[in-house]
Design a protein around this ligand. Structure first.
Ligand SMILES: *Cc1c(COP(=O)(O)O)cnc(C)c1O
Length: 423
């Protein structure tokens, strides 16, 4: 049986049928910005494996960090024990994040770090004597992961809540931010959020949102002014703010964290995805002293402890990846990629099938008027030597920062060509 046959019969792939799945392409290896298929086809990667591989694949420095750590200690439980890779990582995260964030919880995936953030917020109010503040508020078009707690704050439509409404906690949803990235945020733009937080503050533990860039829930960019007003409203109404930087962290939007664009600091922040440069699964939840002290007052302990918490392999790779990033000229590079994505994708706007073309940092988005046919569009991209994985109406890329200008041009012209076929 070929691997494709067994795969088709037995393996579940993300967001597709078990019995009639979309086609998958067998990959032989990866190298730099290339994904190399079994049949030898080389694809320029536009997805960075879902925001992760910022330094490209198989980076020698990351590989060395992984191998060196594997020689010494691949894993050890984190209960009652600690180690250099975890401590070094926590130190780095505290260093590069806004000053008030001082306490680090190491989680094993983005969704878990969001679950942890939600539990922290609820437990904080519980311990300090306000147990009724146990609901969350968010904005529509958000995405925070696929586990139950995360799903409850994802966009109810895009997140496909309907199958699970009977068991999902009912949180508060404000309208999606309508002020664009370049715009200010008027009273009118903020009216819905304002009225909902006023109405529900007494029962709200936290507001959770993706700062400035809404990723998988719609690839929307919104005004940093909006985020600033969210922070002010949270302060005014005694509600914690959780920023989910899992997609946006580590430079993707042109600043280390997207919330920096609004000059704000959340009470709790989630990071993940590119934290290890895409080599290992790892995430972290950072909290302020105030949140950590609240939870820990009256002898309180935080009740969460994944088996692979603080996995030394993942921490060692994360340390190497963050060092690589900090030593690189990532800011200039992301700005250059941004310009090339904007100019390279601009011609798509001419197609009658296209609703909008937008870029921010090293993220380029072509929004179509109708959902794409996944199976056929995927093949068209592969035929042209690029790896782009659209979903719904969105064709989007967030390439590795190491992509060359020529490769970027190949990527955007392939997108324009394929979009041209959609008309
Ligand atoms: C991907 C993502 C998550 C979930 O992370 P996983 O590692 O897939 O569990 C949560 N929030 C945002 C903003 C994400 O992009």
């Amino acid at each position: 049986m070929s691997i494709l046959d067994f795969d088709r019969e037995h393996i579940w792939h993300p967001y597709t049928s078990a019995t009639n799945p979309l086609k998958v392409f067998p990959v032989k290896r990866t190298e730099g910005v290339k994904i190399i298929l079994e049949d030898g086809t080389e694809l320029i990667d536009g997805m960075a494996s879902w925001w992760c591989a910022v330094h490209g694949y198989n980076h020698p420095v990351l590989r060395k960090a992984l191998c060196d750590q594997a020689e010494v200690m691949p894993h050890v439980m984190f209960g009652g024990l600690t180690h250099e890779p975890a401590v070094e990582l926590a130190r780095k995260l505290v260093d590069i994040s806004p000053e008030p964030l001082q306490h680090v919880f190491l989680a094993d995936s983005g969704s878990v770090s969001v679950e942890v953030a939600i539990k922290m917020a609820i437990q904080y109010w519980y311990v300090i004597g306000k147990p009724k503040k146990n609901r969350l508020m968010t904005v529509r078009n958000g995405y925070h992961g696929d586990t139950i707690g995360c799903m409850s704050v994802c966009d109810p439509v895009n997140g496909m809540h309907s199958m699970f409404t009977s068991i999902l906690p009912k949180h508060i949803f404000a309208e999606s931010p309508e002020c664009g990235f370049e715009e200010g945020c008027s009273d009118e733009h903020f009216a819905d959020f304002k009225s909902k937080i006023e109405e529900h503050a007494h029962e709200l533990a936290a507001v959770i949102l993706e700062p400035v860039v809404q990723g998988t829930g719609g690839m929307r960019f919104y005004s940093p002014e909006y985020l600033k007003r969210v922070r002010e409203a949270c302060d005014e109404h005694n509600v914690l703010l959780i920023c989910d930087e899992i997609a946006t962290g580590f430079g993707r939007t042109g600043t280390m964290f997207a919330s920096e664009k609004a000059g704000i600091c959340p009470d709790i922040m989630c990071v993940g995805k590119s934290i290890t440069g895409g080599m290992m699964t790892l995430a972290a939840t950072l909290a302020t002293k105030e949140v950590a002290e609240g939870i820990s007052s009256k002898g309180g302990v935080f009740m969460h402890g994944p088996t692979f918490m603080g996995n030394p392999l993942a921490c060692a790779v994360a340390n190497a990846s963050i060092d690589l990033l900090l030593k690189s000229n990532w800011k200039e590079r992301v700005a250059e990629i941004s310009e090339l994505l904007c100019s390279g994708l601009a011609p798509c706007a001419k197609s009658s099938a296209v609703a909008d073309v937008r870029c921010l940092g090293a993220i380029g988005v072509v929004e179509l008027k109708e959902p794409v046919d996944m199976e056929s569009i995927q093949q068209e991209f592969v035929k042209r030597g690029v790896w782009v994985r659209p979903f719904g109406k969105l064709v989007y890329v967030m390439p590795p920062y190491i992509i060359s200008n020529l490769e970027l041009e190949a990527l955007t012209s392939a997108i324009c060509e394929v979009i041209g076929l959609q008309g």
